[in-house]
Design a protein around this ligand. Structure first.
Ligand SMILES: Nc1ncnc2c1ncn2[C@@H]1O[C@H](COP(=O)(O)OP(=O)(O)OP(=O)(O)O)[C@@H](O)[C@H]1O
Ligand SMILES: [Mg+2]
Length: 219
């Protein structure tokens, strides 16, 4: 599902963030990616959704080989993904319902199905009562929840989540982790960055350190 071969990435003239990253993630795996602040976790996820390009090495995601992929193929790649990142990218002039419905509209799901799926997702995310609100009127945590709902609503084959529970209290963190768990059970392949915790059902934990990956021993 996801393959990286000897990936190298640096920003400008700074030392490389990723110097030799190789990784194979099979369908249905749930990977927890840990590492110190600045280790390159966000950078690695950005490479996977083609927000940044590797300087060297090979990346293949969902059948797309990035070295041969044109810019016009990036939206098609991202249709196979749910992306949860810190910049929530919600549209302020659209309601919560409309924001979450957007990925389904883009892939051409019929209107009635959209309504049902968005309502189900909002209910599961405990956001149903906020469905007609606009993002600027929500708390930071609620906005983060909306971005999770928007990422999972289309039940994507791949879900990339960058510290999805950062700065959230335990209640909201629990709701988000539960949603990720359900996506995993439904067969989605997940890569989640963050810290090890008892709540997260990772099938594998890997550490990013000094520009490359090492398996993290279970404790
Ligand atoms: N656009 C950029 N231009 C220049 N340097 C960058 C850019 N983005 C990230 N970096 C640098 O790359 C390094 C890795 O950053 P990255 O955000 O990937 O780390 P991280 O592991 O996600 O950290 P954190 O746990 O704090 O989120 C950092 O030293 C950062 O300053
Ligand atoms: Mg980061």
């Amino acid at each position: 599902m996801i393959r990286l071969f000897h990936v190298y990435k640096r920003y400008g003239e700074y030392p490389p963030v990723l110097s030799d990253v190789s990784l194979q993630v099979e369908k249905g795996e749930c990977i927890l990616l840990v590492g110190k602040s600045g280790a390159g976790k966000t950078t690695l996820l950005k490479l996977l959704y083609a927000e940044e390009r590797a300087d060297r090495g090979r990346i293949v995601v969902a059948g797309y080989s990035f070295s041969e992929m044109t810019r016009s193929a990036v939206p098609m790649l991202r249709q196979k993904m749910g992306i949860i990142c810190h910049e929530t990218h919600l549209i302020n002039r659209k309601t919560v319902f409309e924001n979450v419905a957007l990925p389904l509209q883009i892939i051409g799901i019929p209107r009635n199905d959209i309504k049902r799926r968005v309502y189900d997702t909002l209910q599961a995310a405990k956001l149903y009562h906020r469905r007609d609100h606009y993002p600027p009127h929500l708390s930071n945590g609620e906005r983060q929840l909306v971005s999770v709902a928007r990422a999972i609503v289309k039940q994507p084959p791949i879900l990339l989540a960058d510290e999805p529970t950062r700065n959230l209290d335990t209640d909201l963190s629990w709701i988000i982790l539960e949603r990720l768990k359900q996506a995993h059970i439904a067969g989605t392949t997940l890569i989640v960055t963050g810290h090890r915790g008892p709540l997260f059902p990772a099938t594998r934990c890997i550490r990013l350190q000094n520009g490359s990956l090492t398996p993290e021993e279970r404790s």
